[in-house]
Design a protein around this ligand. Structure first.
Ligand code: SF4
Length: 54
């Protein structure tokens, strides 16, 4: 099975964000807001997100 090799992300106030909509985290954890399934993309989020210090 192929697994994701690259992550594109536009959240530019995350400590892992890299110019060009890239992510520098060694791995990311995506969660669902509705248990472990989701009906659409609005119900998912990156739990690895950490805000940059201002
Ligand atoms: S950790 Fe999540 S929110 Fe942060 S840059 Fe990576 S994919 Fe985006």
């Amino acid at each position: 099975m192929k697994v994701a090799q690259d992550v594109l992300c536009e959240v530019n106030n995350c400590v892992y964000y890299v110019e060009g909509n890239r992510c520098s985290a060694s791995e990311i954890y995506v969660v669902s807001h509705t248990g472990n399934q989701a009906e659409d993309q609005k119900e998912t989020d990156c739990k690895t997100f950490e805000p940059k210090a201002h």
